[in-house]
Design a protein around this ligand. Sequence first.
Ligand code: FES
Ligand code: MG
Length: 578
Amino acid sequence: MTRPRKTPDTLRSARWFAPDDLRSSGHRSRIMQMGYSPEEWLDRPIIAIINTWSDLNPCHAHFKQRVDDVKRGVLQAGGFPVELPAISLSESAVKPTTMLYRNLLAIETEELIRSHPIDGAVLMGGCDKTTPGLLMGATSANVPAIYVPAGPMLRGNWKGQVLGSGSDAWKFWDERRAGKLSQAEWIGIEGGIARSHGTCMTMGTASTMTAIAESIGMTLPGASSIPAADAGHIRMCSEAGRRIVSMVWEDLVPSCIQTRPAYENAIAVAMAMGCSTNAIIHLIAMARRAGNDIGLEDFDAASRHVPVIANIRPSGDTYLMEDFFYAGGLPGLMSRIGDKLHLDALTVTGRSLGDNIEGAQVYNDDVIRTQATALYKEGALAVLRGNIAPGGCVIKPSACDPRFFKHTGPALVFDDYPSMKEAVERDDLEVTADHVLILRNAGPQGGPGMPEWGMLPIPKKLVRQGVRDMLRMSDARMSGTSYGACILHVTPESYIGGPFALVRTGDLISVDIDRRSIHLDVPDDELARRQAEWVPPPPRFERGYGWMFTRHIRQANDGCDFDFLQTDFGAPIGEPNI
Ligand code: FES
Ligand code: MG
């Protein structure tokens, strides 16, 4: 799709600044109030830098400086940069979960762009939900936009051991619960596992989502793999600033880039990376904002034919994002699955994905494998269905013990997180390694916000016996850095009365990953009887954002967007004209 080039008088911002009337005079006067002469901004693309920096977001700590690097690039290319801060969504600080606020960031991004005299946007994010939140908002606003990923932090280090975000925290926490680590050693781990600014450096949700941003064509080539602390990251920021100005003149809007083939590329890349399960929810929401009807089946189909070739924890057992960057990064990885990609998809460079990765190389064949030497021939994700999850649920086979690929066990049910947390520490808990641990009321409505509670802790008495994995099931999500036989995103969720609400302790549950099935072994008439007895929980929020959230949030298999935020919901809002 080619669109006519913009001229100064057709810039969106010209609606604010060009007319010879009192209102526009006021707009011009107030820019001059900030000390800018007309020749610095008039007739130039005005570029919003939507910055998710905050003092409580260590993953974005460097954005305070990087925003100046973006500005430098915008100025060099003849644009006028303006910084517009947006909610930061710090994964490590926000309770109960940042997922409660992804859509709030999406609304904020869309409205920041729509309400201001903005011709193009640089989106600065990286920590988990910031990537989908910023992209969803910019996609609905549909002005030219480029994504600047925060970049992964450096490898962790403790006593000479490499530590990976999240994954090693869970692993060593179990060692501590088993009595094998002192308090002093634990503090050493806390200090060593996150040693620089930047996002989690395992293949968690952050690295998954920034790779997805790159593979749908919304970042500069290679941008998502550059470590936050690398000087190349600074150069990428200024280049993004230069590029967005050209994108405005070219009128290269997200709807030209975010086509269905672009999303199919993103799904293939996510699979090859051994992605976080959260990718499913975010990609569905993002794709639908761009008018592409992506669903669970698209992920299951891709996982059957795209091998996992990125040897990064937690799917891999050794390497981290820093190693991935040195091995050739995302362009290197994409060059190895070129046959699974639509190489003609357009990107923010104005060129195709194929052009962008032309000449890309891999420098370490153990970190980025070939398809022939893949880590897993298939199975980054699997979508299961059955009477207990008619809308689907997901598991990450590549991160779980193969003994659970086919398993039947009795349910041990918990209705809330605190009672589960207390029970798993008890020595007298009646549980075996064959049990299926169940956590309910942890979905979009129940959590609320679908917290990352899905990797339920292994009961302490089993940990002491050496058990390190067991089948777990919830309507929650789990961190991309988590691992284990965890069945997630059960839809419909228990809080709204899905069949998952009807499971009782002792019921048998069977899982067969090859057949993509999950079954609750309880007769239909008994389930109907339990359904009739089920009492809905009281409403959770009576005011505020939560009130709006509960009325409009959609289920996991629909991407958890708000119904009214879907881009085609209702008449277009149109542009401000007074
Ligand atoms: Fe920010 Fe993991 S806590 S990316
Ligand atoms: Mg995370």
